[in-house]
Design a protein around this ligand. Structure first.
Ligand SMILES: Cc1cc2nc3c(=O)[nH]c(=O)nc-3n(C[C@H](O)[C@H](O)[C@H](O)COP(=O)(O)O)c2cc1C
Length: 350
């Protein structure tokens, strides 16, 4: 069935119910290897020109699933089979959390946007770690995105991250410290020099697993660059830019809470990414996310310095066929410009 028709059915349900239905099916599919194999044949683009080694693993293509779709780590193998070169699960908090009151997720189809105020709803670190242990022999790269519990007092915050890093470092190819969700009160305030220095210094003593910092698009480019530089100086392996935006002027009819994602944040997210790349390219791995919904946009981010890109909202609107098309067209764009491998194009037009 065409994705368009599946989407029409799903969009008749409220967004969270639709998500739960999809999650149930994709979780079920993880227990059916022949089905995964079929999906992979249909959707996963594995051309040599798109493949690269990073964090000691092979990324078959550079388009990954951003955090927030598979918060509980229940569907990663299915999402890989549906075309993603890598999957990031989470955000995971130490203790289970129900998140903010509903409704907290809204579609804006006219603008190919979403607005969410989920608030790190997740099953908690122990349950999800047990799930991820079953994926140890997986064939694809896995990132784990971590965050503090809402109720954790400020003087205990570092302790939350310590526990999460210790638990998930052995289970992931990379970790992401998410200080940029707008939906946990005070979280974005941790995007400050003192905390970032303390956190990354502590983290590099705890593990060799690469740890990336994920930042908000609502910092000024200079602020973003300074904080990212500090994270890398303090032992961070790279940057993911960006999370959702709280600039509600970007989306006509936006609510006045939560974060906006998808097409309306594309330019904002690119500008912040570009500023970071100009300063930090070559010093850490740079991942670009926010409103990426075409191969041209992936290519633009790669040329600007992104080793990898991620998407979430465009996946809701375009489904697995979009990821496949983006990868196929990206391979064509690289060839057209005479690049033999994706590595040659990364950062070529900084
Ligand atoms: C419903 C929803 C939930 C999200 N949850 C998380 C999350 O738990 N952790 C996180 O780091 N980012 C989260 N994000 C942000 C995305 O990972 C991504 O950074 C952002 O949506 C911009 O990308 P996009 O335009 O491709 O959606 C979430 C986004 C959406 C739409």
């Amino acid at each position: 069935m065409e994705y368009q028709r599946i989407r029409n059915l799903l969009f008749r349900l409220d967004p969270e119910t639709a998500h739960h239905a999809v999650e149930l099916l994709l979780e079920l599919a993880t227990f059916l290897p022949p089905l995964l194999h079929l999906l992979e044949k249909r959707f996963l683009v594995q051309e040599e020109i798109l493949s690269q080694e990073l964090f000691g693993r092979t990324f078959p293509n550079p388009i990954g699933l951003a955090a927030g779709f598979d918060k509980n780590g229940t569907m990663a193998p299915s999402l890989h089979a549906l075309g993603f070169g890598f999957v990031e699960v989470g955000t995971i908090t130490p203790r289970p959390q129900i998140g903010n009151p509903r409704p907290r997720l809204f579609r804006y189809p006219r603008y190919r946007a979403l607005q969410n105020a989920m608030g790190f709803n997740n099953d908690g670190a122990d349950v999800i770690a047990a799930r991820l242990r079953r994926l140890r022999s997986r064939s694809f790269p896995l990132g784990v995105n971590i965050g503090k519990n809402k109720e954790t007092p400020p003087d205990q915050t570092l302790h939350d991250y310590r526990l999460l890093i210790q638990l998930f470092a052995p289970l992931a190819d990379y970790l992401v410290v998410n200080l940029s969700s707008p939906n946990t009160p005070g979280l974005r305030d941790l995007q400050n020099e003192r905390f970032i220095r303390e956190l990354f210094t502590m983290a590099s003593d705890l593990t060799d697993t690469p740890i990336l910092l994920k930042i908000a698009p609502d910092l000024s480019p200079q602020q973003a660059v300074d904080l990212c530089a500090l994270a890398i100086e303090s032992g961070g392996a790279g940057i993911i830019a960006t999370n959702t935006s709280t600039d509600y002027s970007l989306l006509p009819g936006a609510r006045s809470f939560g974060g906006i994602s998808g097409a309306p944040i594309r330019e904002r997210s690119f500008q912040i990414f570009e500023a970071i790349a100009k300063e930090l390219f070559g010093k850490g791995i740079l991942v670009s996310v926010g409103g990426i919904e075409s191969a041209q946009e992936v290519y633009r981010r790669i040329l600007a310095g992104a080793s990898l890109v991620q998407l979430l909202t465009p996946f809701i609107y375009g489904g697995p066929p979009l990821v496949r098309t983006m990868n196929q067209e990206l391979a064509a764009l690289l060839r057209q410009d005479g690049y033999a491998t994706i590595q040659d194009a990364i950062g070529a037009k900084r």
